[in-house]
Design a protein. Structure first.
Length: 156
């Protein structure tokens, strides 16, 4: 028996096509990206979370000379939100990057570890987390649920 996994996403040509709230979330992710600690890879990633209360939480990648002791921007933001606002669900995450590791026309998609943490966060709060992936060129993908990025992830 063959089955197929398919999902829909929205594509935006530029940030101007986003809602004002999403433009603000993107601006926060870009500002956070500039604060990343990435002296080894020179690859900076910024993430911003929108919580249900309206709070915006920032994260950026934090490298360490004792690789793999660093942490991705997505997990920095998610763990901060979980530690400080455990009862305030994550509505949306915006992820952006800069550096030569990512071609301008590519979308930075969360790594496997970040996908799993996002999936558990979504399951824990029992509501979907929307994901905005931003190209260096400015185009954006909007994905309605983490489940679409990790359809066979670990679950309870």
């Amino acid at each position: 028996m063959t089955k197929e996994f398919v999902f829909k996403y929205r594509h935006y040509q530029s940030k101007e096509a986003l809602s004002k709230d999403d433009q603000e979330l993107l601006a926060h992710a870009q500002a956070s990206m500039g604060q990343a600690y990435a002296p080894y890879s020179k690859f900076q990633v910024g993430a911003s979370l929108l919580l249900k209360s309206g709070k915006i939480i920032l994260g950026n990648n934090q490298e360490n000379i004792a690789y793999p002791s660093g942490l991705c921007a997505e997990r920095v933001a998610l763990f901060y939100a979980g530690a400080n606002f455990p009862d305030d669900p994550v509505v949306k995450i915006c992820i952006t990057s800069q550096g030569e590791l990512m071609p301008e026309e590519s979308y930075l998609s969360p790594c496997g570890s970040c996908r799993q943490v996002l999936l558990e966060s979504q399951a824990r709060q029992q509501s979907p987390i929307e994901i905005l992936l931003v190209q260096r060129s400015g185009q954006i993908l909007a994905i309605d649920s983490v489940q679409n990025l990790l359809p066979f992830g670990f679950t309870k």
